[in-house]
Design a protein around this ligand. Structure first.
Ligand SMILES: CC(C)(COP(=O)(O)OP(=O)(O)OC[C@H]1O[C@@H](n2cnc3c(N)ncnc32)[C@H](O)[C@@H]1OP(=O)(O)O)[C@@H](O)C(=O)NCCC(=O)NCCS
Length: 169
């Protein structure tokens, strides 16, 4: 049996609490460095690291963003940040916990929050890093135009149409 299976059953999704932003940023940076940074230019890496600062994460979570985390035991093993109830701005799962359904669970929870707030919401968008395009496709996202590079960060604009997607029903 998968050694992580007993832990996985105890994964809990909830809002990030003030005071946890440092742990969440540590998770983001660890995963970013291994999974995302190898596909970025040095300028893209430093631009991303400017966005991924704990004080800014906390400030955003207290304005027009919300952040959910997945916790197992005392560990925060995944996070998702949603901007203005309609755009994924950060989405990271710790490597040993990837491809076990945690990302999908967090995303579904986040989309329910967005839809509860606006039942007419049509789309959720993301600027997907190249390494994550396959995962987003599996989660019902489609391309919305060609790859772009802004401030050294290369991404694919993608979105999922909520009314069409069976993934979120
Ligand atoms: C992208 C990410 C958040 C997905 O989280 P996850 O917990 O691994 O995803 P899940 O296990 O819930 O998988 C969801 C679906 O995507 C698929 N998937 C996951 N990773 C994949 C990959 N690298 N390539 C192709 N498909 C993938 C799964 O098979 C699953 O599909 P299924 O439901 O048809 O079986 C996670 O892999 C991650 O943190 N990646 C590195 C950081 C990153 O790139 N973040 C996105 C920045 S825009």
């Amino acid at each position: 049996m998968d050694a992580l299976a007993p832990l996985f059953h105890r994964v809990r999704c909830r809002y990030m609490k003030p005071g946890e932003e440092g742990r969440v940023i540590d998770l983001i940076i660890e995963v970013f460095k291994r999974s995302v940074a190898p596909g970025y230019s040095p300028g893209g890496v430093s631009e991303f690291l400017k966005y991924a600062r704990s004080d800014d994460l906390l400030k955003r979570s207290q304005s027009d963003h919300f952040i959910l985390v997945a916790q197992t035991g005392r560990d925060i093993v995944a996070m998702i940040e949603i901007k203005k109830y309609s755009h994924i701005s950060l989405f990271f799962v710790a490597e040993p916990f990837q491809r076990k359904g945690i990302g999908k669970t967090l995303l579904k929870r986040a989309l329910k929050i967005c839809r509860d707030r606006d039942p007419w919401l049509r789309e959720i968008s993301v600027n997907a890093s190249p390494n994550a395009v396959g995962a987003y496709k599996q989660m019902g996202f489609e391309h919305r135009g060609p790859a772009r590079t802004v401030n050294g960060i290369r991404f694919f604009p993608m979105a999922t149409t909520l009314r069409k997607s069976s993934f979120f029903s």
